[in-house]
Design a protein. Sequence first.
Length: 438
Amino acid sequence: MIPRYSRPEMVRIWEPENKFRIWFEIEAHACDAQAELGVIPKEAAQAVWQRGGEVPYTPERSRRIDEIEAVTKHDVIAFLTELAELVGPEARFVHQGMTSSDVLDTCLNVQLVQAADLLLADLDELLAVIERRAFETKDLVCMGRSHGIHAEPVTMGLKFAGFHAEFQRNRERLLAARKEIATCAISGAVGTFANINPFVEEWVAKKMGLEPEPISTQVIPRDRHAMFFATLGVIASSIERAATEIRHLQRTEVREAEEYFSPGQKGSSAMPHKRNPVLTENLTGLARIVRSAVVPAMENVALWHERDISHSSVERMIAPDSTVTLDFALKRLTNVMDKLVIYPDAIERNLNQLGGLIFSQRVLLALTQAGMSREDAYKAVQRNAMEVWNGNGRFLDLLKADKDVTALMSDSQLEEIFDMGYHTKNVDTIFKRVFGRA
């Protein structure tokens, strides 16, 4: 998590001041619940809010907590000690029947929910941009490729539509992950509620916008977190897929699309002519960072008995790093898509580059419909296609000169096959499936 790849809104979620404020709210709400039960005096609960909550959590308060932790070697105890300095004698009622994981795990889930909300907003912005670009280029016919080799025509709009559908699925996945991670545990040591009433957990969960964890041992089960980080990894992979497509389209030999190159921008310290796909290359790298959190999150699921802390150091790193990085990457991809420069002339040039070979399947099908066996039709089409591939003419002309082909098809029938519109006739149908409109 470095400033170069960070945005302040997401960074704030992981700053100590936000964390300590959440810790305070968990403890203070728990005090309110205990007061409702008559376990602690209501005046004590009020004192916690008034004396501990009125003073904002600032870097100065965070430093004081750090100073105490340097002695206690325990972060939650350090937090409670600093809180007691403000609250006074009533602080003895704070943390009644609770264990550190009640605070730590509930706070982490609150932070992940906050992060998910920012990422959902990022996805909404990205989806809106992709939808606009899809309709702008819906009918712009371009070369479709498989294995990097010319295959059959598609449209540039279909490329955008494919990305839109994928990121819409990612949005649904993130919503599900958000719901799964939004749980609260205030169940005490080993999760049995021996020293705290389950009512407290229900109270705190409602106040924090969470659901009570059905069974938490001493920690919230980490399969929830594994699914959350796996979802972030899938979103990162979708970002890389879009970035890779743009990088390929920007290659000099293709040059059908290009990242926006701003006035004054430089592409190379050595070669002044360079315009490199640096943003999408950067996105490819950032996706790797987000995905790198997935395996550690999976490995955090298997803890010893009711609790150990082998997961703790992992989560302190992967939670901020992966969410901050993904937030930055989504925003960067949105800007790339928004300003992506498309070159219709280059697209047209590439469509015509192989002298009509992109219609080979349609010729194959027409010959079989005319009575030729599929095997013979394939041979006839391929031998003419290979001549074109080797630079020995145009596909349609060679077919018209092939006796096996002309025995079954007239010149006019062959010419009808070479119709670009044939390949785009169902674009509206696909758009209606993706966007609900064409």
